[in-house]
Design a protein around this ligand. Structure first.
Ligand SMILES: C[S@@+](CC[C@H](N)C(=O)[O-])C[C@H]1O[C@@H](n2cnc3c(N)ncnc32)[C@H](O)[C@@H]1O
Length: 225
């Protein structure tokens, strides 16, 4: 498989190809998503030795498919509550798999995932925690971290809170796109919550980015053996 440099322009070309059989709305959202969400930087956070990755709240599966395309992983599993998004992810992978050797599985049932209790080298949660009720965030993370292999990597990316107007713009974005009034989780609060839980996680790195009016943060954690 040919290894190419990561570029948002190239990502839009993949989105056009992979989501060609999906609705116009899904196609446009995926095509422009890398300009809003720093997929390029997030792909770089996946360690070199990762084979399998679980993408929690994977949406249409674009991040997982990019991770496969750029040889960051060889095996992706995506889970999302939204069955329409899962169906889009499956269609997109059906197009992609003709050209790559990796595998991907997209599911909407937690039961299936937890029954198999397969362990993953990496788990990513990209812009999903602000959709989970605040009171359930830690139990949500704890549930999935049980599926992280020893020494595995957890990557959490969410929306920043440093600027009130960026925060408001993001709330407006989700109100229009997801028809949901989301609740930001300040990174400091998230770190404190994760520290108190018994996840055997150690925080490795913290990142911040701004894209247009969107503010992002990400943490990488490792699971102690
Ligand atoms: C902003 S989208 C992000 C999608 C994808 N991670 C990406 O970055 O393109 C948030 C996704 O989280 C999903 N979601 C929300 N709550 C969830 C839950 N409790 N379990 C699984 N997925 C969830 C939504 O259905 C939606 O697809």
């Amino acid at each position: 498989m040919k290894k190419t440099a990561l570029s948002n322009y190239e990502f839009t070309k993949w989105a056009e190809l992979w989501y060609k059989d999906c609705s116009i709305k899904s196609r446009l959202l995926q095509k422009y998503r890398p300009f809003i969400c720093p997929f390029k930087d997030l792909l770089e956070l996946i360690p070199d030795d990762v084979d399998s990755m679980l993408d929690v709240g994977c949406g249409n599966g674009f991040f997982s498919l990019l991770a496969l395309q750029y040889n960051k992983i060889s095996n992706a599993t995506g889970i999302d509550l939204n069955s329409n998004s899962i169906s889009n992810a499956k269609k997109a992978f059906a197009t992609q798999k003709m050209h790559i050797s990796g595998t991907a599985k997209f599911i909407s049932s937690e039961a299936e995932l937890f029954t198999n209790s397969t362990k993953f080298d990496a788990i990513v949660m990209i812009d999903v925690l602000h959709h989970v009720p605040s009171i359930e965030v830690i139990s949500f993370v704890e549930r999935y971290v049980k599926l992280l292999a020893d020494n595995g990597t957890l990557i959490i990316k969410d929306m920043g809170v440093n600027s009130w107007w960026r925060k408001a713009a993001n709330q407006l974005h989700d109100l229009v796109i997801a028809r949901e009034w989301i609740h930001h989780i300040p990174p400091t609060q998230l770190v404190e919550m994760l520290k108190k839980s018994e996840l055997c996680l150690s925080k490795d790195k913290y990142f911040e980015w701004n894209t247009y009016w969107y503010e992002h943060y990400a943490f990488t954690y490792s699971k102690k053996a």
